[in-house]
Design a protein around this ligand. Structure first.
Ligand code: PRT
Ligand code: ZN
Length: 214
């Protein structure tokens, strides 16, 4: 079926958007005409691009609405969808860390026993605490997690950190790193022969771009 295209979901706007577009462009894929639409097609590669919220991308890929997607590993681990990571992309690097008010004493993760932890990653945090035999109360909040301790909502937080300046500005200090994350290319595992071949071509180009960047 030569008219078939590989469908890729990337972030519509946010931290991964520009680097995702840049990667496709460095792969020689021309998207000039559709960057501000919700859906566009490359003019020189059988690729259809959907612009979505990052949180929705694993589900769209699992449901085969898109064949592949670009999203942070942190989102994949939190959502536990039936998708596979096909390539690490080397951008969007950050870590998921636990932080506490800077003046608070801290010896080990066991200090969080019986405490309240605010996070947008309840699943990952619950797994981590359970692995350390720590029983804490997890409060799921979807944004501005760093202000939770100062408004009395939580004793600690678990959020993404890159430079550390958000923690610093909110009087918090990082005490544990739960995981390191970067943007990854994901796919579902029921690709047809033709789209699978297109994915291999795209991967080949991505690997060449990654090598050239080193
Ligand atoms: O609208 P949409 O839902 O698509 O976007 P979003 O707001 O959910 O996500 P966005 O654009 O903020 O992040 C997309 C992805 O970028 C994340 O899932 C991570 O994989 C990756 N990433 C890399 C980060 C960061 N670095 C990061 N620093 N995502 C968020 N942050 C936030 C963090 O939550 C905290 O509030 O930046 C702040 C900390 O940054 P520093 O530099 O002050 O430490
Ligand atoms: Zn999001």
């Amino acid at each position: 079926m030569p008219s078939q295209k590989l469908k890729i979901a990337i972030q519509k706007s946010g931290r991964l958007h520009d680097d995702s577009i840049k990667l496709l462009q460095e792969c020689g894929i021309d998207l000039q005409n559709g960057l501000n639409k919700l859906k566009t097609e490359a003019s020189n590669f059988p690729l259809e691009v959907y612009f979505l919220r990052d949180d929705d991308i694993p589900q769209y890929v699992e449901d085969e609405v898109a064949d592949v997607g670009i999203v942070g590993e942190n989102v994949i681990l939190e959502k536990e969808k039936q998708v596979q990571v096909v390539e690490q992309l080397g951008f969007g690097k950050c870590r998921l860390s636990i932080a506490i008010p800077k003046d608070q004493e801290y010896q080990s993760i066991h200090d969080l026993h019986g405490k309240r932890v605010a996070t947008s990653y309840p699943h990952i945090v619950a797994q981590y605490l359970a692995s350390q035999q720590v029983k804490a109360e997890i409060h799921e909040i979807s944004g501005s997690v760093e202000i939770a301790p100062s408004i009395g909502l939580a004793d600690a937080i678990c959020d993404l950190v890159s430079s550390g300046s958000t923690l610093f500005m909110n009087g918090l200090r990082e005490v544990e790193t739960i995981l390191h994350s970067q943007a990854v290319l994901i796919s579902h595992n029921r690709l047809h022969a033709y789209t699978s071949q297109l994915l291999e071509q795209l991967r080949f180009r991505i690997q060449a771009v990654k090598k050239a960047r080193h």
